[in-house]
Design a protein around this ligand. Structure first.
Ligand SMILES: [Fe+2]
Length: 131
């Protein structure tokens, strides 16, 4: 997922220089717009799949308090992803979409630390009891 974030960011060479794709050269815009749209779609799908898989593991190994908080955090990630898609489909401005990607990148990094690492501990503990 973080690799996809890097790829999305690197597609746009005008980040920080312009506020809207319409200010970019048309020949450049055509290519990177399509690439960014495809990469954002992959990123959204991969992140949502990742969340579903984690939720399945949680059912087996994590206490209720963790499951509730972790699933709530996944809902917030899904909402942020939806916002990016809405912004992108409304005006196709990749610059804005990438700003959304930057925000979700921060959210995901905090999520890994706050929730996913703990889930890994629960999974390892559950595995250890089965060995
Ligand atoms: Fe998670």
């Amino acid at each position: 997922m973080l690799q996809l974030v890097d790829r999305i960011r690197s597609e746009c060479t005008q980040q920080g220089k312009i506020d809207n794709c319409n200010d970019c050269a048309p020949n450049r815009r055509g290519v990177c717009h399509g690439n960014i749209e495809q990469l954002i779609r992959s990123f959204v799908e991969t992140t949502l799949k990742h969340n579903v898989i984690e939720s399945m593991f949680m059912e087996e190994v994590a206490p209720a308090a963790h499951r509730i908080a972790h699933n709530q955090a996944h809902m917030e990630i899904a909402l942020q992803l939806k916002e990016i898609r809405v912004v992108f489909s409304e005006d196709g401005n990749c610059v804005l979409a990438i700003e959304g990607i930057d925000r979700i990148h921060q959210t995901l990094q905090a999520h890994f630390t706050d929730y996913d690492q703990q889930l890994e501990i629960y999974c390892s503990a559950a595995l250890a009891t089965q060995l």
